[in-house]
Design a protein around this ligand. Structure first.
Ligand code: F6R
Length: 612
């Protein structure tokens, strides 16, 4: 979590830093701050504010001292150690205030270091783990360059972190460090940048240089030098991103989340165009090294919404290909991995590509000798370097903290992976594969139909339920993960308590919660469990619950069963998750927007969860 950004060049550093922090605010918004070097007095200047970036911007209006600076570092915080107060906001400085540090990550041994540094006479002002870093660097600065002092200090730090350092005594350079937390350098002409994530750079440059774990970068306006932690110079090439700045704007939508919901038809079209030809042949470009022919089982690792996509993946892989598949919370797998089995493929699913738990679990699987595959929309992220191969879901960057289009894109990848495996292992005929692909091809237009013709109705319904205290979601089979996802979306952005159950489980306990104040949303799509779900819905109705169905409007049985319907077109059950999730996303979005909540940056959440 946390976002860090830095600039050196001829522009106004503050402008670049604020613009970068705005794009990184999805990583945390408990406080924001920046440090620059005054071109006149050569002093290090610092300004910080509790809360969102707007508060820092307001403070900057009253403090013009940073205005002419051409070098600086900035930070947006997701609090780990110490409350979200100004004195805990980054940058943190050494005792003389000549050296400033921003950090993303956690310094695990900060307590012991703090005790030692206090003994040496260093005074601490914050409760953060970060504050030890500027003090430690200043200890090593005696007789060393800034680069060397940072290198020696980093040798004492334990944990996963990315750090940036600015010093008044070295006014023409920035030092950055990457150790298991993301950091990317942006290359300009007579100017250079760095940030935790590329959206912060894209308005200025699309040429980037990736820093690897265990590396230190020295950035000046004219160049970048990279060293490993032993101090050996490293060679590094540049990459050009195919993004443009418009991709990270709201483009007229009220929130990023709504824009991203509306981008879903395009995401499916892009995925199909990339991986399926006009003869309905799939080519994911999977490396022969993955040896998919002799796989005997698959383990999927993920968190949150990606974990829900993985559950749909398990259903497809087991029901259509017959490969035993487990879905693991990455945070649990790290400490309780299943026994080692031969011929295992481990798939890490992560939209950000930076989730600490997913990366660590995947690393564990790799160290056990398993083949690894990543599914992500950010192939340039850490998972891209960790997994044997990554599949780019083609969803592009997602800014809204609540995942929407990246989820649908992950689902599509699981369909395509299942079909490719089904073909190579002969569990599916060419005709069966073609039928499913034809169904997938219909989905973008079907989603568009929901968005065009039903959004207003769903919005009105959402307003009616916006005061609910709790909501229960029910689904069965391939749509149980969608019930989980619907409940998670509602919790995350509206702060309404929601739980999902397999519809048949309700009678084993949760039914006791039902009364006339409890909305129950059941996903009922024609197929093998349709009648079962309708019966489970009737059981809820008999207890006076307010019943909402995600169901086809054209079915009179559904119309009679439910008090309200979030309508979806008739579709083959196996493909239905990509449609049933759409009204649930809209329902959660419109409840949160109606409640006046910060949909794109819900409280306590961050888009990339880079701490354990
Ligand atoms: C939910 C959400 C989170 C993430 C989870 C994993 O809307 O966004 O639950 O799904 O933090 O993140 P990634 O997919 O980046 O690994």
């Amino acid at each position: 979590m946390c976002g860090i950004v830095g600039y050196i060049g001829d522009r106004s550093a503050v402008e670049v830093l604020i613009s970068g922090l705005r794009k990184l605010e999805y990583r945390g918004y408990d406080s924001a701050g920046l440090a620059t070097i005054s071109p006149n007095s050569k002093e290090l200047l610092r300004i910080r504010a509790k809360g969102k970036l707007n508060n820092l911007e307001k403070k900057l209006i009253d403090d013009p001292s940073h205005k002419d600076a051409k070098i600086g570092i900035g930070h947006t915080r997701w609090a780990t150690h110490g409350k979200p107060e100004e004195h805990n906001a980054h940058p943190h400085t050494n005792s003389t205030g000549s050296l400033a540090v921003v950090q993303n990550g956690i310094i695990e041994n900060y307590h012991a270091l703090r005790v030692d540094l206090k003994y040496l006479g260093h005074e601490f002002i914050s409760e953060t783990d970060t504050e030890v870093i500027p003090h430690l660097i200043s200890e090593f600065l005696r007789g060393n360059t800034l680069l060397e002092a940072v290198r020696l200090a980093v040798g004492k730090l334990q944990g996963a972190f990315a750090i940036a350092v600015l010093s008044a005594d070295y006014p023409d350079e920035l030092i950055v460090v990457r150790q298991q937390a993301p950091l990317v350098i942006g290359i300009g002409k007579n100017e250079n940048f760095f940030a935790s994530d590329t959206p912060a750079l894209i308005s200025y440059t699309n040429v980037i240089m990736a820093l690897e774990n265990g590396e230190i970068g020295r950035i000046t306006r004219s160049g970048v030098e990279i060293y490993n932690f032993n101090g050996d110079r490293q060679k590094r090439g540049m990459q050009t991103l195919s993004w443009n700045p418009v991709m990270v704007e709201k483009q007229g939508f009220r929130h990023y989340m709504l824009k991203e919901i509306h981008e879903q038809p395009g995401v499916i079209r892009a995925g199909l165009a990339k991986f399926v030809n006009e003869k309905n042949e799939i080519n994911l470009g999977l490396d022969a090294k993955l040896n998919l022919q002799d796989l005997t089982n698959i383990q999927i690792l993920a968190c949150g919404t990606s974990w829900h996509a993985a559950l749909v993946g398990k259903y497809l892989l087991e029901q259509l290909v017959g490969i035993p598949t487990t879905v693991n919370y990455a945070s649990e797998y790290r400490y309780a991995a299943p026994p080692i089995m031969p011929n295992t493929l481990v798939i890490g699913v992560t939209q950000s590509g930076e989730t600490a738990d997913t990366l660590a679990a995947l690393e564990l699987a790799r160290s056990r000798g398993d083949r690894t595959l990543g599914i992500t929309n950010r192939p340039e992220s850490s998972i891209g370097r960790l997994a044997d191969q990554v599949l780019d879901t083609q969803a592009g960057i997602e800014i809204g903290v609540a995942a929407t289009k990246t989820f649908v894109a992950q689902l599509l990848m699981f369909y395509l992976l299942t079909l490719e495996l089904g073909k190579s292992r002969r569990s599916l005929t060419t005709e069966a594969i073609s039928t499913i692909i034809e169904g997938l091809r219909q989905l973008p237009a079907q989603i568009e139909r929901i968005l065009e013709s039903q959004e207003r109705y769903i919005e009105n319904l959402a307003h009616r339920f916006s005061h609910a205290r709790d909501v229960i979601y029910l689904g069965r089979g391939i749509n149980f993960p969608i019930a989980l996802e619907g409940a998670l979306k509602l919790k995350e952005i509206s702060y309404i308590h929601a739980e999902a159950y397999p519809a048949g489980e309700m009678k084993h306990g949760p039914i006791a919660l039902l009364d006339e104040n409890m909305p129950v949303i059941a996903i009922a799509t024609p197929g093998q469990v349709y009648e079962k779900v309708l019966s489970n819905a009737q059981e809820a109705k008999a207890r006076d619950a307010q019943l909402i169905g995600v169901a086809p409007m054209s079915d009179p049985v559904a119309v009679e069963t439910f008090d309200h319907i979030l309508p979806i077109p008739i579709v083959d059950e196996i493909l239905s998750p990509i449609l049933t999730v759409i009204p649930l996303q809209l329902f959660a979005y419109h409840i949160a927007a109606h409640r006046g909540l910060d949909v794109d940056q819900p409280r306590n959440l961050a888009k990339s969860v880079t701490v354990e």
